[in-house]
Design a protein around this ligand. Structure first.
Ligand code: SAH
Ligand code: SF4
Length: 357
C-alpha cells in the first residue's frame, strides 16, 4: 500500500470533476466517482481494500495506477499532558513534513505544512534554518488534515480547526494552498468552517491581496482567518528578524492588511514571538500599537520557542508584563498564548531537525 513512485497520481490531488473524468476514462459509471469520494473524505479510509462497495477489479486498477496519498508516519512525539501530538509525515518521494494535532477543550486543531522547508529564512525559525526543499501539492497539504481526522474518528471526535502554520510559507505556494482550503471546507467532505481555518503568512503583500479577492464556494469572500507573523513593528528590527521585510516593508504589509479587512470584513491576527531584549521592549509595544491604529486586529503574543540555530531567549515575565501594559493603555486586543507542546518541541521544523540533522 502506498508503495509507489512519485509520478503515480495521488487521489487527494484530484477534485471531484477530475476523479470523475479519471473513472469515466476507464469506462466506469458516473456514480463510482462519488463512491470513491465518500471513501476518501467521509469514511477517511487509507487503503483501497476498505472501499467495499467498489468492485474488486476497480480497486485493483486504482491500486496499480494511483495512490491515495495518505502519508506514512515516520516519527511521533506526544506531549506529557497528552494534549499535543506531533507527527513527522513521510511523502512519496521520501521528503518529510511536520504536522501537529492539538486538543483544547472541545476543539481539535491540526497545524499543517505547505512546503518542505522554507526559503525565507527567518532568524528564529527551525524551518527557515533548514532552507527550501520543495512545494507540497494541494493533496499533500490536505492529506495531513485527513491523517488527524482519521485518528480522531474512533473516539467520535472530528477535526474542527486547521491552521496553516507548519513548515513553509503558504502564500509562496498559493495555488496548492487554495486548492487545499477549498478541499478542507467542502461541505461534501471534511466540511471545516472557513472561519475555523487560519492561514499564517510572513507577510507576502501581493499574496494577501489575492487572498482578499478570493471567493468562497457560495459566493462572497473567502472567510479564512489571516494571521500575519509580525514580530517587529519597525522596519529596522523587522529587516533583521524577517528577511522578507526588505521586499515588503511594514507600509506595504499594512496596506495589504487593510485591504484584507476591507474586502472580507474579518479582523487580522498578528503573531508576535517575544524575544528577550529584542522585540519585547516598551518602544516596540508602542510602535505596534501605532501600526494597529484603525485596523480591526488581534495580537497573539507567543513566547519564543528556542531553536538550535538561534540564540535568542523567550522573554521574562517582567518584560511581558511591561509589554502588555503598553498595549492595555492603548486598548489593543491581544492574547498571551500558552507554550503548547513545548516539551515535544512543537515549534515548526524542530522534529524534522531532529530526524534529519
Ligand atoms: N511561514 C508562515 C507560516 C509558518 S511559521 C509564517 O511565517 O507565518 C508559523 C508561525 O511560527 C509563524 O508565526 C512564525 O513566526 C512562528 N515561529 C517560527 N519559529 C518560531 C519560534 N522559534 N518561536 C516562536 N514562534 C515561531
Ligand atoms: Fe518560513 Fe514562516 Fe519559518 Fe519564516 S517563520 S522561515 S516564513 S516558515
Amino acid at each position: 500500500m502506498n508503495q509507489t513512485t512519485p509520478s503515480t497520481a495521488q487521489l487527494y490531488d484530484l477534485d471531484l470533476p477530475a476523479l470523475q473524468s479519471l473513472l469515466e476514462s476507464w469506462g466506469e459509471p458516473a456514480y463510482r466517482a462519488h463512491q470513491l469520494w465518500e471513501w476518501l473524505y467521509l469514511h477517511l479510509v487509507d487503503s483501497f481494500d476498505q472501499m467495499t462497495n467498489l468492485p474488486k477489479s476497480l480497486r485493483e486498477r486504482l491500486a496499480s495506477k494511483t495512490t491515495i496519498g495518505a502519508p506514512r508516519v515516520a516519527d511521533t512525539v506526544v506531549s506529557e499532558d497528552g494534549e499535543t501530538r506531533k507527527d513527522l509525515l513521510q511523502l512519496t518521494d521520501g521528503e518529510a513534513v511536520e504536522a501537529v494535532l492539538m486538543h483544547y477543550e472541545r476543539r481539535h486543531t491540526a497545524c499543517i505544512s505547505t512546503q518542505v522547508g522554507c526559503l525565507i529564512g527567518c532568524a528564529f525559525c527551525a524551518t527557515g534554518q533548514m532552507g527550501f526543499r520543495r512545494n507540497l501539492t494541494g493533496g499533500e497539504i490536505v492529506a495531513q488534515a485527513l491523517h488527524f481526522a482519521r485518528l480522531l474518528r474512533p473516539k467520535q471526535d472530528r477535526l474542527s480547526n486547521v491552521v496553516l502554520m507548519g513548515m513553509g510559507e503558504p502564500l509562496l505556494n498559493y495555488d496548492a494552498t487554495l486548492a487545499a482550503i477549498h478541499r478542507l471546507t467542502d461541505p461534501q467532505g471534511l466540511n471545516i468552517g472557513q472561519r475555523h481555518i487560519t492561514l499564517s503568512t510572513v507577510g507576502i503583500a501581493p499574496g494577501i491581496e489575492l487572498l482578499a479577492d478570493e471567493a468562497s464556494h457560495h459566493g462572497g469572500s473567502l472567510q479564512v482567518t489571516l494571521a500575519v507573523s509580525l514580530h517587529a513593528a519597525t522596519d529596522q528590527l523587522r529587516d533583521q528578524l524577517i528577511p522578507m521585510n526588505r521586499r515588503y516593508n511594514l507600509d506595504a504589509l499594512f496596506k495589504a492588511c487593510h485591504y484584507y479587512v476591507q474586502r472580507t470584513g474579518r479582523r487580522v491576527s498578528f503573531e508576535w514571538a517575544l524575544i528577550e531584549g529584542v522585540n519585547d521592549t516598551p518602544q516596540q509595544a508602542q510602535a505596534l500599537a501605532a501600526r494597529l491604529a484603525g485596523i480591526s486586529s488581534h495580537v497573539n503574543l507567543i513566547p519564543l520557542n528556542p531553536t538550535t540555530g538561534y540564540d535568542g531567549k523567550p522573554s521574562s515575565k517582567e518584560a511581558l508584563d511591561a509589554f502588555t501594559k503598553e498595549l492595555d493603555r492603548r486598548l489593543i486586543s491581544y492574547t498571551v498564548r500558552l507554550r503548547r507542546g513545548i516539551d515535544i518541541q512543537a515549534g515548526c521544523g524542530q522534529l524534522r531537525q531532529r530526524n534529519h540533522p
